[in-house]
Write a protein that binds this ligand. Structure first.
Ligand code: TXD
Length: 323
């Protein structure tokens, strides 16, 4: 049945998204992609039976969710062949009290292996890394695949910005649809929420809130992942992470030129080299079309450079672990 599904999706030449890691983020993302009718989905995991079961469950929801997308569950990379987009969510999430950086040891090997295998079957794919610590794992995936920088990226800034927007909307009692925010830097405590570039219906939030309030919301944004981990006790956030990743997949598959904060490979932008870090990017059918260099204040730039130092240290640590 899985094979038949694979064949029929190949026949109708539908776009194909492979998701490595059929856990909370991966399976929620699969559901979103299928229900938005964006692409067929291949869900891959190391746990035999689990991705197959999830795929069957998602297939059985199709008549109710009203779409005809194929969802294939597998443990074999051969089934991922010719994917247009590959998303890596494989690896452990945090537990309460743990920092994202403490996941380097377990997740580095998983991500490198997944990136190599997936790209060997889909050499033209655009690769999106989601696994934590995000900026480090994206770098390792790039090193393992040597993909051009327009076709490899990490998801974090969209999620961090969505969280910042949510807290601003809650504070002001306005619809989150009117809130636009931009969070740059690394996906961790050092992230750089840009209050100056955050607006409600075009009005900068610096006109709508006191500096103390903005500082409080920035602090909550930086701690937002940990806040959820503490509440859940088992596992970490996945609805907003899956929605954020789906936005990237959608922008690529529908070739919508979106301007989004994405962990991209820098070659001199913002004075930074040889690192993946969150910056505003134009994302579309070919991947990252352009990295935008905003005018930053000295303090904002210094904060971005502090992210660089931390990510660089962790990348070096990860490379040593992999040796
Ligand atoms: O903003 C962001 N980038 C993030 C990142 C937001 C939320 C979650 N973030 C990270 O994504 C999180 O810290 C984890 O590192 C990943 C996945 O989080 P998820 O919540 O989905 O974790 P699960 O539910 O434990 O799922 C992980 C799955 C699980 O089914 C494992 O069996 C599988 O990964 N896994 C593998 N799949 C394929 N290949 C290998 N080697 C493998 N190892 C584990």
């Amino acid at each position: 049945m899985q094979e038949a599904a694979l064949k029929s999706s190949l026949v109708c030449n539908s776009p194909r998204v492979t998701i490595i890691g059929a856990g909370k983020v991966g399976s929620t993302l699969a559901q979103k992609i299928a229900e938005k009718n964006l692409a067929d989905v291949v869900l891959l995991d190391v746990v035999q039976g689990m991705p197959q079961g999830l795929a069957l469950d998602l297939m059985e929801a199709r008549g109710i969710a009203l779409h005809d997308r194929q969802i294939i569950g597998t443990t074999s990379y051969a089934d991922t062949v010719d994917s247009d987009v590959v998303v890596i969510t494989a690896g452990l999430p945090r537990t309460p009290g743990m920092s994202r950086d403490q996941l380097i040891k377990t997740n580095a090997k998983i991500v490198v292996e997944a990136a190599k295998e997936a790209i060997s079957y889909s050499p033209q794919a655009i690769l999106i890394v989601v696994t934590n610590p995000l900026d480090v794992m994206t770098y390792l995936a790039w090193q393992a695949t040597k993909l051009p920088r327009d076709r490899i990226m990490g998801m974090a800034g969209i999620l961090d910005s969505a969280r910042f927007s949510t807290f601003i909307a809650m504070e002001l009692g306005v619809s989150v649809r009117d809130v636009q925010t931009m969070v740059l830097g690394s996906h961790g405590d050092l992230m750089v929420p840009l209050a100056r570039y955050s607006t409600v219906a075009g009005v900068p939030i610096t006109e709508l809130m006191s500096e103390t309030t903005i500082k409080r919301l920035v602090a909550r944004t930086r701690n937002a992942g940990a806040e959820i981990v503490e509440l859940m006790q088992r596992g970490s956030a996945y609805f907003a992470p899956a929605a954020s990743t789906c936005l990237m997949v959608e922008s690529i598959l529908l070739n919508q030129p979106r301007l989004l904060p994405i962990a991209a490979y820098l070659q001199g932008e913002y004075g930074l080299q040889d690192i993946f870090i969150g910056v505003p990017c134009s994302l579309g059918g070919g991947g990252i079309a352009k990295i935008w260099e905003l005018n930053l204040t000295d303090l904002e730039l210094a904060s971005l450079h502090a992210c660089f130092e931390a990510v660089r240290r962790n990348v070096n640590q990860a490379i040593e672990i992999l040796l």
